[in-house]
Ligand binder design. Structure first.
Ligand SMILES: Cc1cc2nc3c(=O)[nH]c(=O)nc-3n(C[C@H](O)[C@H](O)[C@H](O)COP(=O)(O)O)c2cc1C
Length: 224
């Protein structure tokens, strides 16, 4: 981490999505510390709606196998929430993001099999030794999902600060039923996201990916 930034900014800038992990597990106390810190995420009316399951060891392996088997058979579970399609300038960013990642992985645009294997890496959890399944009650909608997102970033930053790498995985939403059944998660919990957790394997080409950000003016309007 660079000395030119404040400690907070250095952590925010150091976090990036890692898509290839070493098998080494993260000590339980490190995971616990990060989870304790993330408890301090703000939430509307302080309802603290995040419901999180951390899977490691055999539970992690069972989950990954169940998802990979389904994925290669072409089956998906019914989504808990409507699937979002990125349009217009969002689509441009999405394509750009995929090009950058697949470029590093050596997967060409028309290499259908390569793209399927690249997608399957999500369900292989990028070989991470741990996965967090991030849920909220099915009765909640976009307002509460916003809060859970704040929890997620707090958790990922807490891990970054401790030298632990992550990748958020919306791809987990395609297997909500499989995840609930395999990890014994209550039926009324909607799956919002997964987070692969572990230590970066720097030999994995996907980890050379660096995703840029647009200019502030694309996102922020000033009024006075
Ligand atoms: C809510 C959320 C869901 C994501 N889902 C996936 C995913 O399913 N698979 C994946 O490889 N990356 C996923 N990402 C990672 C994004 O692609 C990544 O954050 C973005 O390209 C910016 O790159 P950076 O995280 O390295 O800064 C997700 C990120 C977020 C915040």
């Amino acid at each position: 981490m660079s000395a030119e930034y404040s400690p907070l900014e250095a952590v925010v800038r150091a976090r990036r999505s890692v898509r290839g992990f070493k098998p080494d597990p993260v000590p339980q106390e490190v995971l616990r510390e990060a989870l304790e810190m993330a408890q301090w995420a703000p939430s509307n009316c302080n309802v603290q709606p995040w419901r999180v399951t951390i899977a490691s060891g055999e539970a992690r392996d069972r989950l990954s196998k169940a998802m990979v088997d389904k994925f290669y058979s072409g089956a998906f579970d019914p989504p808990d929430h409507p699937v979002e399609i990125f349009h217009d300038e969002y689509r441009t960013w999405q394509v750009d993001c995929a090009k950058r990642l697949y470029g590093e992985m050596g997967v060409e645009r028309h290499d259908k099999e390569g793209r399927i294997c690249a997608m399957a890496r999500n369900y292989e959890l990028f070989d991470a030794p741990h996965v967090a399944i991030v849920c909220m009650d099915k009765k909640f909608g976009v307002g509460t999902a916003l809060t859970v997102g704040m929890w997620m970033q707090t958790f990922m930053l807490a891990l970054t600060e401790r030298g632990v790498d992550t990748c958020a995985m919306a791809a987990m939403r395609s297997y909500a039923d499989t995840i609930r059944t395999t990890l014994d998660i209550p039926e009324n919990h909607a799956v919002l996201c997964g987070i692969a957790i572990g230590y970066e394997d720097v030999e994995v080409p996907a980890n050379r990916t660096r995703q840029p950000r647009g200019p502030l003016e694309d996102n922020v309007a000033w009024r006075s």
